[in-house]
Design a protein around this ligand. Structure first.
Ligand code: FDA
Length: 305
């Protein structure tokens, strides 16, 4: 039953008609639990509240799978505006970006040109940028763009997904770029040809890559809500005396907020991924797929409207 629900949400997450309607009619169905609001002003208030509690932030202007060059440029402009606000108001926030929102599906030239504008501005304001990882079909292209940008800028990192068979090799390879990596389990529906189908194998691979990247001496963001992975990381950093300046934990806005504070109170760095904007539908559906128990929020949202 849970698998059926998960697959249904993954299918719905790619529905173009629902994405359009969601943009038009604003945050519904309990999405406000996971999305900071439609505007940068709403997001700014959320960042300030989180910063006040000792939580760092990475801000995400929602958008993905853009195939119009003008729209990709506009999305880049939104990110630049957010970076200026973060810099000018001295907010404790980085920025996360999906390359399909910058034109990855249009051409390499378009995505590089938008990302260079963003990285130049963010370097000026001291804002670090993380390139999110999307589905497997875009993994190779994303890593190619990351490597190019990393050779030009030092304020850019990316994400690797523990569910992919290729990831151990990618961790090794990106080590040569001194990459600042966010490690995650992986949020897209992938075939068993490219990704571990069993959760226990994903968890095992997750632990393996966390240890690898930390012991290779590179900055590691462990992005998970899973207690078992968090405990494992704490053991590794204690055992190998990894300094607190070399790693951080990350979680998504609206998920396990009390645990986020517990981790800060234990003296670790915790960064919260805060999405905002009108293109919330795909992001929200992936969160539903991760935890069908969240459907209760959807039903409540529908009743309340
Ligand atoms: P898992 O899914 O096993 O969950 C462990 C426990 O956490 C659950 O039992 C539950 O208690 C809680 N939990 C997890 N998800 C929840 C939810 N939606 N609602 C409520 N509780 C929940 N993926 C990707 O493919 N590319 C990317 O770039 C990113 N970026 C990213 C950034 C950050 C900061 C985070 C935290 C995550 C991502 N992800 C991602 C998503 C990631 O791949 C993964 O899908 C989710 O983090 C869920 O996996 P967990 O590691 O939390 O474990």
């Amino acid at each position: 039953m849970e698998k059926l629900l998960r697959n249904s949400f993954m299918f719905l997450s790619r529905n173009k008609m629902m994405t359009k309607l969601a943009k038009k009619y604003g945050l519904h169905f309990g999405a406000a639990r996971f999305v900071a609001g439609n505007t940068i002003d709403a997001a700014k208030n959320v960042i300030k509240q989180l910063n006040h509690k000792g939580l760092d932030v990475t801000l995400d202007y929602l958008g993905e799978f853009i195939i119009d060059e003008y729209e990709a440029e506009e999305t880049a402009n939104h990110c630049i505006k957010a970076i200026e606000i973060i810099g000018n108001e001295r907010l404790n926030s980085q920025v996360s970006i999906k390359l399909t929102s910058m034109g990855l599906d249009i051409s390499e030239d378009v995505v590089l040109s938008n990302m260079r504008r963003i990285l130049a501005k963010s370097k000026k304001h001291g804002v670090f940028i993380t390139i999110d990882m999307e589905d497997y079909s875009r993994c190779e292209k994303t890593l190619k763009i990351f490597k190019q940008l990393r050779s030009e800028y030092d304020n850019v990192g990316t994400v690797l997904q523990a569910y992919l068979y290729r990831t151990v090799d990618d961790v090794e390879d990106l080590g040569t770029y001194q990459a600042n990596l966010r490690l995650v389990k992986g949020a897209y529906k992938e075939s068993a040809d490219v990704a571990f189908p069993d959760k226990k194998d994903v968890d095992m691979n997750f632990k393996k890559i966390i240890k690898m990247h930390l012991l290779n001496g590179h900055y590691t963001a462990i992005a998970t809500h899973d207690d078992q992975i968090i405990e494992y990381t704490k053991q590794i950093v204690n055992k190998y005396r990894i300094p607190k300046t070399q790693f951080e934990f990350q979680m998504l806005y609206g998920i396990r907020p009390e645990k986020q504070l517990d981790i800060v109170n234990e003296g670790y760095k915790m960064r919260v991924y805060v999405p905002y904007g009108t293109d919330w539908y795909g992001y929200f559906m992936r969160r539903m797929a991760e935890r069908p128990a969240n459907v209760a929020f959807v039903i409540k949202g529908m009743i309340k409207r």
